[in-house]
Design a protein around this ligand. Sequence first.
Ligand SMILES: [Zn+2]
Length: 96
Amino acid sequence: MASQARIRGNARAPRPAYRSACHRSLFEPEAARCDVCDARVDPEGGSRGYAVDGRGLLMWSRGDTTRWEEPFLCAACGAAIGLSALEVWRREDEDE
Ligand SMILES: [Zn+2]
């Protein structure tokens, strides 16, 4: 009995030796999710009133190579990032 109690106290759930996946998890596309908060996003830019889901644009260059990504953004994160960028640009304009 004492050994069983010790085993239970230190026991972890046994890990399966393999994982399985159904057809849906293997072949159907994942739902679009916001790159910031992981909320579900309508990839077609659907709206709920003034809240419009969409994509951001991230560009960077190194040497002669320019790359970009267009991550999904929910309406709240897109608005927050857009307003933050406008505020940064406004402050830069004031400094000049
Ligand atoms: Zn978001």
